[in-house]
Each structure stands twice: as structure tokens, then as C-alpha cells.
Design a protein around this ligand. Structure first.
Ligand code: NAD
Ligand code: DAU
Length: 382
């Protein structure tokens, strides 16, 4: 095998797409999916890869330094793409400690294992001559929140920043660039920010070869239905209330998950050492507009009359300290590595809704918790 790479969190939403892309695109790489299978990890997300000769699943906690280090030695690992994390903002408000443990201490444990494995041979694999790399996957939320500065009554787009390609919607003049200072507001983003700092500190202190990417909101197949888009698709299909936080005025910049996976592939292979690359869709939407689009799309695909489910919209108490607007400036990635989002949002939503409606067993298994016995069925005591 040409390379041996650990992808952490590969049984989760984004991780499963990254694992799939790497397993299929690089048959001469050994791809090891390392995941502890928390409530968010689901082996059904990787079912189509089970029999691929270059794929291996290992159930392991990133906080377990000894096991990670041993695995790296056994498998002669030369790259880590690190996605494992607690990822849901609402859970972090209820239970910040778990977020500090996984996102901060778990990342530190992986960094230590990478350093201990690679430093003795100056971060180049002795037999293959491959340069080692630690790619840390982070979020736009570390930069804090932006204001809505769109003048009243003017519908977007009123500002364009992307060079070409996707929608150029913007609800303000200000964007997150890579040199923006960190200002996390939620326990989730505080823990992610802390992990980003540790990654950079390991580069600056020990010379660990690292690269960091900060991405905006992802959507697409296999996302756990606690996040806005899959939760609302599921609720619309079952005609359940749609709990819109506050007035639904908050803005997020949405990116189709496969576009994120492509960006990770590019940065892992071609990004410059110790650099940060922002990844985003230049595709800002107010939550309420996303929700109306979801209702229209689900209703159309299920053959329900137009607008039939608009009455499911239910305004509820806002998320504590709800960040108003996230907007990523990803021109560096476009300029330096030639990446661009590939899908218009309406097309991506159409595809996403179609996937969830065609995979209602997956949704039912996840919402009932049945999927958590899947590991025992597949792997038993191995
Ligand atoms: P997810 O919650 O769907 O998946 C997380 C995965 O990590 C799960 O499979 C879980 O089992 C695993 N995991 C959790 N704790 C672990 C531990 N201690 N040891 C091993 N595995 C563990 O998350 P996601 O939405 O796919 O996000 C993946 C990464 O991308 C995260 O680091 C997140 O911060 C980042 N990110 C997510 C988004 C987004 O919109 N979802 C956007 C930008 C960045
Ligand atoms: O910006 C990147 C981040 O995007 C990632 O780092 C996180 O891991 C990911 O969870 C996501 O965070 P958000 O908080 O933006 O995503 P979420 O899907 O939870 O919410 C999107 C918006 O919808 C947000 O403004 C809150 C709102 N919302 C969410 C839920 C779950 C609702 O109005 N009602 C809901 O029930």
C-alpha cells in the first residue's frame, strides 16, 4: 500500500463521506476508520465499504493514547485526518464537559500519538519516504458570530465574494477569513477552538506537520437527525412540529457534504504545511428560508399539495446566545488549490431530501436507537 491513513470519526456524518471518497479514489491506500461509535457514529453509514480490501474499521476512543499509538505502529500510519468530535451545539450547552474531553483531550491524545510515532524519523516514513501529515478538521464557529448588516428590504445577493460557481448570497459585508481572531461563544466552539490551538502549538513546538481546515455548515446524506436539515426532513415526513429557534432569522452558510470531502482530499494532499484553509459555500440562508425550501421539497417529492406542511412551523425559545450569522470566505482555497462548491443549494437540498425519503429505514433505525447494536452484529467480539 502506498499510504496508510487513519480517518477519525469516520462512522459519523462528514467522516463517512471522507472515508468513502478515499477508499474509492485511492485503492492503493490503506484507509483505517477509527471511531468509538458514540450515539453519532453508525456503521450503517459505511455499509457499502465493508468488503473493500483497502478499508478497515477499528472501534477505538481517540482519548486512549496507548491504543492509538499501538495502532499507528502496527499499521505504519503516515497520515491522520481528524474528524472525531462531539459536534452538536445544543448538546454542548447541556454537557460542556464531554465536549472538552473529546474535542480537546482527544485531539491532544492523537497529537501525542502522532508525535511519538513520527518524530523519531523526522516526520518522514523510513520505508516509503512519504511525508507524514496531521489534518485537523475544524469549524467556522471558532471565529465567533457576524452581524446581519443587509439593509432592510434589500434581498440578497447584495454582495458577491466568490470568484464563480455557486450562489453568492450574503447577509452582510463581513466574512470569516483565515487570519480572523478566534472568538468562540458556545462550549462546542470553545472546545474546537482549543483543539485548533493545540494542533498549531504541536507544529510550532515540535515541528509536527499539520494542516487545519475550518468549514461552514454541511448538509447531505447520513447526517444525524438532531441537526436542522435532517431533523426537519424527518419531522415533515412524519408531520411533526418543526421547532424553529427564535424567529428563524439566523443565517448559516450551507455546503453539500461531498464538496467538503473533496476539499479535505485536496488540502490533505496539496495544502501547504501549517496553513489554515477556510471551506464554505458562499451560500448564506436564513433558517426560515431553508425551512420553507425543505417543506416545499418534501411536499413535492411526497406528492402532497404545495404548502401543505407550512403549518408545522412552530417558533420556540431561542438557543442560548444563538450566533446570528456565520459566513466563510473560502477564496484562499479557491485561489491556491482550485476548489469550488459544485452544487446549487436547491439542487443539493433536492438530492438530500430524495436520499432521506429513499432511506427511511436508516432514519427510523437512527431515531429508534436500533443502529447501536449494528456493531455487534457486524463485528461481534472481533
Ligand atoms: P458527527 O457527530 O456526525 O460524527 C462524529 C463522529 O465522531 C461519530 O462517528 C462519533 O462516533 C465519533 N466520535 C466522537 N467521539 C469520539 C471519540 N472519543 N473517539 C472516537 N470517535 C469519536 O460529526 P460531523 O458533523 O460529521 O462532524 C465531523 C467533524 O467536522 C467534527 O470535528 C466537526 O467539528 C467538524 N465540522 C462539522 C460541520 C458540520 O456542519 N457538521 C461543519 C464544520 C466542521
Ligand atoms: O457552522 C458549522 C457548524 O454547523 C458545525 O461546526 C457543527 O458541528 C454543526 O452542528 C453546525 O452547527 P449549527 O448550530 O449551525 O447547526 P444546527 O443544525 O444545530 O442548526 C442550524 C441552525 O438552525 C442554527 O441557527 C440553529 C437552528 N435550529 C437548529 C435546530 C436543531 C433550529 O431553529 N431548530 C432546531 O431544532
Amino acid at each position: 500500500m502506498k499510504r496508510s491513513i487513519i480517518i477519525t470519526g469516520g462512522a459519523g456524518f462528514i467522516g463517512s463521506h471522507v472515508v468513502r471518497l478515499f477508499v474509492e479514489k485511492y485503492p492503493d491506500y490503506r484507509i483505517i476508520c477509527l471511531d468509538s461509535l458514540t450515539y453519532a457514529g453508525n456503521l450503517a453509514n459505511l455499509k457499502d465499504l465493508e468488503d473493500k480490501p483497502n478499508f478497515k474499521f477499528v472501534k477505538m476512543d481517540i482519548c486512549d493514547f496507548d491504543s492509538v499509538y499501538t495502532l499507528m505502529q502496527l499499521e505504519k500510519v503516515d497520515g491522520i485526518i481528524h474528524l472525531a468530535a462531539e459536534s452538536h451545539v445544543d448538546r454542548s450547552i447541556k454537557d460542556p464537559f464531554t465536549f472538552a474531553k473529546t474535542n480537546v483531550l482527544g485531539t491532544l491524545s492523537l497529537l501525542q500519538a502522532a508525535k511519538a510515532s513520527w518524530e523519531p524519523h523526522q516526520y518522514v516514513m523510513p520505508e516509503s519516504g512519504v511525508a507524514c501529515r496531521f489534518h485537523h478538521i475544524s469549524t467556522d464557529e471558532v471565529y465567533g458570530a457576524l452581524e446581519l448588516t443587509r439593509p432592510d428590504g434589500v434581498e440578497p445577493p447584495f454582495s458577491t465574494k466568490a470568484s464563480s460557481g455557486s450562489h453568492h448570497l450574503a447577509y452582510g459585508e463581513d466574512f470569516f477569513t483565515e487570519d480572523r481572531s478566534y472568538q468562540p461563544h458556545r462550549p462546542y466552539s470553545a472546545a474546537k477552538a482549543s483543539s485548533d490551538h493545540f494542533v498549531r502549538a504541536f507544529h510550532d513546538t515540535y515541528g509536527l506537520p499539520v494542516v487545519v481546515t475550518n468549514c461552514s455548515n454541511n448538509y447531505g446524506p447520513y447526517q444525524f437527525p438532531e441537526k436542522l436539515i435532517p431533523l426537519f426532513i424527518n419531522n415533515i415526513r412524519l408531520r411533526r412540529p418543526l421547532p424553529v429557534y427564535g424567529r428563524g432569522e439566523n443565517v448559516r452558510d450551507w455546503l453539500y457534504v461531498e464538496d467538503h470531502a473533496r476539499a479535505i482530499d485536496l488540502v490533505f494532499h496539496k495544502g501547504k504545511d501549517a496553513e489554515t484553509y477556510n471551506i464554505g459555500g458562499f451560500n448564506e440562508w436564513k433558517n426560515i428560508d431553508v425551512i420553507k425550501l425543505l417543506i416545499a421539497t418534501v411536499d413535492r417529492q411526497l406528492g402532497r399539495p404545495e404548502g401543505a406542511d407550512l403549518d408545522l412551523i412552530t417558533f420556540v425559545t431561542d438557543r442560548a446566545g444563538h450566533d446570528m450569522r456565520y459566513a466563510i470566505d473560502s477564496r484562499k482555497l479557491q485561489r491556491e488549490l482550485g476548489w469550488e462548491p459544485s452544487l446549487q443549494f436547491e439542487e443539493g437540498i433536492d438530492r438530500t431530501v430524495r436520499w432521506y425519503l429513499s432511506n427511511q429505514d436508516w432514519l427510523d433505525n437512527v431515531t429508534s436507537g436500533n443502529y447501536q447494536s449494528y456493531y455487534d452484529e457486524m463485528y461481534g467480539n472481533r
